[in-house]
Design a protein around this ligand. Structure first.
Ligand code: GUN
Length: 293
């Protein structure tokens, strides 16, 4: 039987509607939430992501500033911009699009962002708060979006085995930390597998909830999935399509195979992607509510 498709676009629309209402409430008190999106260089994919974040701000009534630095920008230039945005009272959230060019030390840039404006939850203070289960930091956008997708699709996490494929700082590590928290919408038994794990399928076949965030096109095949499992695909990969001669967007899961085995599955596109932006908007509004609401 084919899996239920988890509609990330629709769930993101609902979250965005809620966020827009929070923006209205803030505006009624004289505060407009503000997000600064910093792009260093001219990577085409990053440009697309940054533009879609700015566009979503406009849709929800959030003030935004797109700040672009050249591909050969120096650390001094980047740190000066972060200092300016930290001090700017119109700006509640600061996001520096990752990855930056090679000459930029991303860790140092993240460390320079004021933790109360760190809507990505990349700053070590917020990552630490997340790990120990404190609620006064932020939750990183993609992992938070995944938990909201599961919760709003009625997929229980408590006591179930969640297997995360991938250990990046943006997705795998924080998601594992969030899933294991003693909290509503979490409380899972978590396994993290990665590039050095022998026989990944041995673990994935035991997953009630399988999250693929490894960055390898169609890595998860149907026979790696437990029948009835919930499968969340974080991958965004462009691969050549011989049928059209163009590129085709695929996830980290072989959808055609997985949909026949899983109980529920997120599509690519239209699954995790829209949720990431929705949670960024929500975090920017949270930052404003805390600082100025
Ligand atoms: N690049 C890919 N995902 C993200 C994200 O969530 N935040 C930032 N800042 N850069 C990214």
């Amino acid at each position: 039987m084919a899996a239920k498709i988890i509609d990330g676009k629709e769930i993101a629309r609902q979250v965005n509607e809620e966020t827009a209402r929070r923006v209205e409430a803030l505006k009624a008190k004289g505060c407009t939430p503000g997000l600064a999106v910093v792009l260093i260089g001219d990577d085409p994919a990053s440009q697309v992501y940054v533009n879609s974040k700015v566009k979503k701000c406009a849709e929800l009534g959030i003030y935004s500033e797109k700040r672009v630095l050249p591909a050969d920008a120096t650390m001094e230039q980047v740190l000066a911009l972060i200092a300016e945005l930290n001090a700017d009272s119109k700006i509640d959230g600061i996001l520096v699009q990752s990855p930056p060019p090679k000459q930029i030390d991303e860790e140092k840039v993240i460390a320079a962002i004021a933790p109360e404006k760190d809507v990505d939850c990349f700053h070590e203070r917020n990552v630490g708060r997340l790990l120990i289960g404190k609620k006064d930091g932020f939750q990183p956008c993609t992992p938070r979006g995944i938990l909201v997708l599961l919760e709003r699709s009625g997929i229980e996490t408590s006591g179930r085995h969640a297997v995360v494929i991938g250990r990046s700082n943006i997705v795998g590590k924080p998601l594992a930390a969030m899933l294991m928290q003693k909290a509503k919408g979490a409380n899972a038994t978590v396994t993290v597998v990665h590039s050095a794990t022998p026989d990944i399928a041995k673990y994935t076949r035991d997953a009630d909830i399988l999250i693929a965030a490894i960055g390898k096109p169609e890595f998860v095949r149907g026979d790696m999935i437990k029948p009835g499992a919930a499968v969340v695909d974080v991958g965004i990969n462009r691969i050549p399509d011989p049928a059209t001669g163009k590129n085709r967007l695929v996830g980290d899961v072989n959808f055609a195979e997985a949909v026949e085995v899983a109980g529920a599955i997120t599509p690519v596109p239209g699954g995790v992607g829209p949720m990431t932006i929705a949670m960024l908007m929500s975090n920017a509004v949270t930052a404003c509510e805390r600082r100025r609401g």
